[in-house]
Design a protein around this ligand. Sequence first.
Ligand code: ADP
Ligand code: MG
Length: 359
Amino acid sequence: MVHQNMFNLKRLTFFRRLLLKERVGALIICWVVGGLLASCSSPQYPYKIYALTGETMGTTYHIKIVLPTDKNLPENIGNEVHSCLEKIDSLMSTYQEDSELMQFNRHKEGTPFPVSEETKKVFEIAMKVAEETDGAFDITVYPLVELWGFGKREVSAPPSEDVIKQVLANVGYKKLKILPEGLKKEDTEMQCDLSAVAKGYAVDKVCELLDLKGMGSYMVEVGGEVKVKGEKLPGQPWIVGIEYPEPMSRKVFKRVQLKDYAMATSGNYRNYFIWNGKRYSHEIDPITGYPVPHTLASVSVVHRSCAFADAYATAFMVMGLEKAYKFAEEHNIPAFFIYPENGVTFSYKETSSWKNYRL
Ligand code: ADP
Ligand code: MG
């Protein structure tokens, strides 16, 4: 089995964590210094653009904050942003055995499991998208993610049909209830994975933090999910790129202009493996238990909430072009679909509301 995992965030998470343990002191210093040094201004506009970058949740983050030259970045903002992201990771990671999520996954009592406000919120968003998409988005897919080798486990071949059926028996978002006392499993073997929504939520939380600090213009990106506030400079919107859907390419396929919106992208071009000439990617159909046979290379979704954008983008990959396009049109969700054509090139399709963001 060949893993094309050069940019596989989940695998990166695992290996990086091992490395990070050794290097954490040095990294934090670099990140703080980097954050403070990276600024520039334009003679026409007396503004400075500050950049904060770092690593969290098994991926990287990049934040740009625009401030008038006579204003300074709030003290300690770099540390606060980093702690905010680390906290979300410590609650929702499937790579930290002591995370709140993994404790919930091990909870087999059938009694409600109390969780933090943050985790509850992410579960609520996930359940809403699961219901709307008829279970195309389903966080209870975790045992299948592990079974297919897209989590911590290395696998040497696709699982057998029997094993898939067995694991599927414990999958299904209807087995999960969110109660005031906590999260309740109706099937105690059920386990959840928030990877398809937590990064988007992390973006939203950093934005909330920057809002509280009075920042009026910024761009926050965590592992490719992005949200902006205001304009970059007067008369200049924030511009973000949708990548060309190829593993080794960093080319931009389309540019998008955003103001006070988030954009998330899901794709099958980074996190997949090939077995006997067949490509298996990390979006799993919770109904069949198999990685989705792809008609799509990537989907980008624009939404006020980055957590919702993230979840919808994954759901749309699972639904496939036709179904997802119809759903996005009916729900007035701006979405941009890239799909392979003739095996050599890519075409795209956009929903009607996407035109508001097109450049
Ligand atoms: P990325 O993490 O690369 O941004 P996604 O947001 O699409 O990509 O998340 C994909 C991850 O979500 C998978 O690696 C897996 O952990 C999880 N997942 C896979 N299938 C589903 C699904 N149908 N519903 C919810 N989560 C899923
Ligand atoms: Mg997602």
